[in-house]
Write a new protein. Structure first.
Length: 140
């Protein structure tokens, strides 16, 4: 999945992708974040809303900070999917990685994938934060 797949969709289609995801896990996170990114980047919320902040709060029922985190998580997944088959499964799991440089994102996520291989559950935010701290990347 990539950004190009979303470029030709209209506002109603993108809202449906965000509000009624048909995927789960990282696919849902990527789809919903990319839908928000296209709405914001292409200003599809105009002329019915004064701005993106008002649009997401009134039309999607989420706060701007949450919309921003979803977009950043989707951008992270676009980057990581070029290098890994396993991806963060939620916005909260992606959040600690978003704060890192691209090189450190690769290093941290690579270590998370290595140490959680074979685990029954996808790594969550706490496990990822501990891995980042263990690598000393939280100080960078």
């Amino acid at each position: 999945m990539d950004l190009q797949e979303f470029q030709s969709k209209n506002l109603a289609e993108l809202e449906t992708i965000f509000l009624e995801p048909t995927e789960t896990g990282s696919d849902a996170l990527l789809s919903s974040g990319l839908a928000l990114k296209i709405i914001q980047d292409n200003e599809l919320y105009l002329p019915n809303s004064k701005g993106f902040v008002e649009y997401v709060e009134q039309n999607l029922g989420i706060t701007y900070p949450h919309a921003f985190r979803c977009i950043k998580a989707a951008e992270l997944l676009l980057f990581l999917q070029k290098h890994f088959d396993v991806l963060p499964q939620s916005e909260s799991a992606a959040r600690p990685l978003v704060k890192l440089s691209p090189a450190n994102q690769l290093k941290a996520w690579g270590e998370v994938v290595r140490i959680t291989a074979g685990d029954k559950w996808a790594p969550g935010k706490d496990r990822i934060q501990k891995t980042i701290a263990g690598l000393g990347l939280d100080k960078a």
